[in-house]
Design a binder for this molecule. Structure first.
Ligand code: B12
Length: 270
């Protein structure tokens, strides 16, 4: 067993793969781009399942009912990067998750971890698309994936059919129409956008195109134990402030969630 395999196994990570750094170019124009080492050679991509079971009373997207993955997974990646630096003393390992210059869905596909489903998300044989993607960009030159999974997405079109706004279409994706995106927008929304939040009933995110995917019916539960310690499927005026300290929507600030709660409650009064 290789050094990497042993290390990831010890950390309970079973879905990981490698792609060439050159293949993930161009990078996304984000601030974190400056952290990429000049001689980056490979990208180690790792998946972290987030499916923690069914919660019928839920006004928050699945990925955000658990503790903030930016914190939980970043801690894991920090720890892994440290161990890797000890194993390969002359090499650099730079960790990223989400606010990353790497287009993560594409990188995960190139690393052999699955394929891009029609819903635009990575579809992995173990976690379906209920998984976060993180990566370590390294100067170490590693053999890139040679096997790519295909056939997981059957192009059944259920995700496209269920998308209530037409954001997801067979010929692409329009971010401005995506309900997940709308719940994150700051300031005053247009009447149409408000209507989308009312109809969706979600204070944060949207799971429609993910939940509609038949592959996700067989998704394994998350192996990340930290995701089970404080599952909060319902957010209200009373707990939103406190939850903003520990959940993935916290970065957007309490006011956006309070605005969404207000929009949803106006519907109930009517
Ligand atoms: C900006 C962003 C968003 C925006 C815009 C998303 C978009 N699709 O453009 C908004 C806020 C809408 C969003 C929503 C969600 N997001 Co988001 N998002 C990102 C972020 C930060 C950057 C994505 C980006 O701009 N990439 C740039 C483009 C060029 O790369 P790409 O996304 O790989 O694009 C490829 C696809 O478009 C693909 N493609 C090819 N053919 C087709 C056909 C169709 C129909 C589609 C849709 C795509 C597609 O080719 C492109 C090039 O390779 C990434 C993190 C990251 N650094 O990558 C997370 C990320 C993609 N998001 C994630 C998640 C979980 C979500 C949500 C499920 C959250 C939710 N439940 O509300 C939804 C899903 C909405 C959807 N169907 O895409 C995860 C996806 C995990 C996975 N298993 O795939 C990521 C990777 C974060 C993470 N670290 O885990 N997101």
């Amino acid at each position: 067993m290789g050094k990497l395999e042993r290390l990831f196994m010890e950390e309970g990570i079973d879905q990981w793969g490698i792609c060439a750094f050159a293949d993930v170019l161009p990078l996304l124009p984000v601030r974190a781009k400056s952290r990429i080492p000049d001689s980056a050679a490979s990208v180690i991509v790792l998946l972290f399942g987030y499916y923690v079971g069914e919660y019928t009373e839920r006004n928050i997207s699945r990925y955000a009912i658990v503790d903030d993955y930016h914190v939980v997974i970043r801690n894991k990646l920090d720890n892994l990067a440290e161990k890797l630096r000890n194993l390969y003393k002359d090499e650099q390992f730079i960790q990223f998750i989400d606010s990353s210059p790497v287009a993560e869905v594409r990188a995960a596909c190139l690393a052999g971890l699955g394929e891009i489903g029609m819903n635009g998300q990575l579809l992995n044989p173990v976690y379906g698309s209920y998984c976060f993607i993180g990566e370590l960009v390294t100067t170490l030159s590693l053999p890139k994936a040679e096997k790519f999974s295909t056939g997981l997405c059957t192009h059944c079109g259920k995700c496209v059919a269920v998308c209530p706004t037409g954001a997801l279409r067979t010929d692409g994706f329009q971010k401005e129409l995506c309900r997940s995106h709308i719940t994150q927008k700051k300031g005053t929304l247009t009447p149409w956008e408000e209507e989308q939040i009312q109809k969706g009933g979600f204070v944060w995110g949207c799971d429609r195109c993910t939940d509609a995917c038949p592959v996700n019916r067989h998704a394994h539960r998350s192996a990340v134990k930290e995701f089970y310690r404080d599952i909060q499927p319902m957010v209200g005026q009373d707990n939103v402030g406190k939850l903003c300290d520990s959940k993935a929507y916290g970065w957007r600030g309490k006011n956006v969630l309070l605005r969404n709660l207000d929009i949803i409650s106006r519907k109930k009064v009517l």
